[in-house]
Design a protein around this ligand. Sequence first.
Ligand code: MUC
Ligand code: MG
Length: 367
Amino acid sequence: MKITAIDAIPFRIPYVKPLKFASGEVHVADHVLVRVHTDDGVVGVAEAPPRPFTYGETQRGILAVIETIFAPQVVGLALTDREQMAALMGRTVGNPTAKAAIDMAVWDALGRTLGLPVSELLGGYTDRMRVSHMLGFDRPAAMVDEAERMRDVHGITTFKVKVGRRPAALDVAVVRALREGLGPDVVLYVDGNRGWTASESARAMRQMADLDLAFAEELNPADDVLGRRWLVQQLDVPFIADESATTPAEVTREVLGGSATALSVKTARTGFTGSQRVLHLAEGLGLEVVMGNQIDGQLGSICTVAFGAAHQRSSLHAGELSNFLDMSDDLLTEPLRIENGELALRPGAGLGVEIDDDKLRRYRTDS
Ligand code: MUC
Ligand code: MG
C-alpha cells in the first residue's frame, strides 16, 4: 500500500465541437494523466484538466508542480495516509486540479488494492446518475439542435445553458428557443461564468422569468460582493456557486455572506477527499448540490459519477457528465456510454476503468 512513484503525463486530444462560455473556450483536451504506483504493483489513475481562466493552472504548470513538489511529498506515504497527503500538498497554495488528480488516483489505487469500487468506499448510495449536458455558446437554432440530439440519442433531459454574453438578449433568445423547442418537461438552468454585471444578470433573469429555470450559476463575479448579494436576494431560484466556492472556507464565506444558495461540486478540483468535505458542509448548511463538469474527459467523468453516485445529496440532481461526447477520442479501453439519460458506474475495483496503452502512446505529447 506504499506509494512508490507518481507519473504526470501530458496528452492532447482535440474536440470535435469546442465549448465556448463567458470566461473562455476549450478546443483541445490538453490534460495531464496522473498515475500513482504502489509497492504492490498497483497503479491508480486520474486526470487533471488545466483551466487557466478558472484556476490559473496550465498543462506545463501541472506537470511542474507534480514533479517538483507533490510527488516528492507523497511518495513513501501509504494509500490510506490521505490526511497527511492533503496537509503536505496544502502547503502549496492553488493548483487544485493537480492536487485533485493525485487524490483521486490514490483512491483508485486503494480500491484496486482492496478489490473494491471507489464509489462503494466513498459511500455506495447508488450505481448511476442522471446526466445534465452543458450547451456552449452558439446560435439558438444550433443549440436547440444539439439539445435535441442529446435527448434523442442519449436520453438526456437536463441542460445547463451557458450565458453571460453581451447583449444578454443573445442568451435570452437561446433559453427561450430551448424551452419552446424542447417543451416543459426538460430541466433548464443557466451558468454565466461571471460574464454579466449584477444588474445585467437581474434584468436577464427577469426576461427569462417565464421559462421555468431550475438554477442560476455564477452569473456575475462573486468579487462584486454587494452586487452579488443584491442579485442572489432577489432571485426565486437557487444560485449555484461554482468557481467562487472551491474550498470549504470559500463555500462558508459565499453562503454566509448571502452570495450563493447552492453548490457545484467538481471532483476535478477537490478530488474525492476534498469533495467529501464540501459535500458534508453543504449537508450541514442545507444546500442543494449539483455535480459539475470541469470539461472533463472520460476519466474525469467517471470520477464525477463515482463520487456523485456514492452519496444521496450529490446524486439527487442530474450531474454534468456528458461533455466528453464532444471529444474526438479518449483514453479508456472501453468508452463510457450514456444510455436513457444515465451514466452508470463501471463494475470492478477502483474506478473500474483502464487506460488504453495504444491511445496513450498516440496522444501523449512527452514522447
Ligand atoms: C462550468 O460549470 O463553469 C467552464 C469553466 C469552468 O471552470 O468549468 C466549466 C463549466
Ligand atoms: Mg460553472
